[in-house]
Design a protein around this ligand. Structure first.
Ligand code: KIV
Ligand code: NA
Length: 278
């Protein structure tokens, strides 16, 4: 049973209680996030970048998202879990989109799905929500379209762009989305969108005016090499350095025969058993 429900999420917006969301991709990242008390977990297709080592999220497949969602659900059984629909598994007509979203829910165990895009997704979102599949929107910088956008740049700087994003946000709310991720948009626009709609906005690189925030797990703890070394990220730990020096020490211990020691070994005839190993 999840701690956070959709009605409660909306209440958080109305009561001005910020929503804390993080991505997770496997059992330990989900477990630690739940233990830390996050409100929601996103199984982001950013797993293509931070876990699988791709340059973009475009190569990520539906099966990848399902596989990782299952691990996250096992690690965080009491947290609301939203899973990204990956590249070209939606925008392919309401029926096919519904089939793919249903697989993420039924096979993966997610409680909701996230789709990148604006007003053009209204029909698909309407069908998903009518089938009982909660949808989180995502506008602003939409990484699945990076080849079309031509790079990662702040969205909504021109009046025309800002107006379109505001209209998209309203269309997503109208279509039944329960919230909207705003990625890499100006602080002014994100605040204006947040005030103009009744559903919560979750910002990443969208400033202080959103109803919640989301960060990528690996960015937050600096785990791995594919970190978004960007202005929008705050890193609260440097786990990558900790892991590298631990492994370096281990390699050194093996080469100098400092590990294993007697206490790690099993001499014949020893009666005590450590951790059930005999
Ligand atoms: O995939 C992801 O991690 C995301 C967040 C950045 C919102 O979509
Ligand atoms: Na994503």
């Amino acid at each position: 049973t999840q701690a956070l429900t959709l009605p409660r999420l909306k209440m958080m917006k109305n009561q001005n209680k910020p929503i804390a969301m993080i991505t997770a991709y496997d059992y330990p990242s989900a477990m630690l996030s739940e233990e830390a008390g996050v409100d929601m977990i996103l199984v982001g297709d950013s797993l293509g970048n931070v876990v699988l080592g791709y340059d973009t999220t475009v190569p990520v497949k539906l099966e990848d998202m399902i596989y990782h969602t299952r691990a996250v659900v096992r690690g965080a059984p009491s947290t609301m879990i939203v899973t990204d629909m990956p590249f070209a598994t939606y925008r392919i007509g309401p029926e096919a989109t519904l089939r793919n979203a249903a697989r993420i829910m039924q096979e993966g165990g997610a409680h909701a799905v996230k789709l990148e895009g604006g007003a053009e997704l209204a029909d698909e979102i309407r069908l998903l929500t009518s089938a009982g599949i909660p949808v989180l929107g995502h506008i602003g910088l939409t990484p699945q379209s990076v080849h079309q956008i031509g790079g990662y740049r702040v969205q909504g700087k021109s009046g025309e762009e800002a107006e379109k994003l505001l209209a998209d946000a309203k269309a997503l709310e109208e279509a039944g989305a329960f919230g909207i991720v705003l990625e890499l948009v100006t602080e002014e626009l994100a605040a204006a969108i947040s005030r103009s709609i009744g559903i919560p906005t979750i910002g990443i690189g969208a400033g202080r005016g959103c109803d919640g925030q989301v960060l990528v797990y690996h960015d937050l703890i600096r785990y791995g090499s594919n970190i978004r070394d960007k202005k929008m990220v705050k890193s609260y730990a440097n786990i990558g350095d900790t892991i590298r020096s631990a492994i370096t020490e281990y390699v050194d211990d093996v080469r100098t025969k400092a590990f294993p020691e007697e206490k790690h070994s099993f001499p014949l005839g020893e009666t005590s058993s450590a951790q059930g190993i005999t």
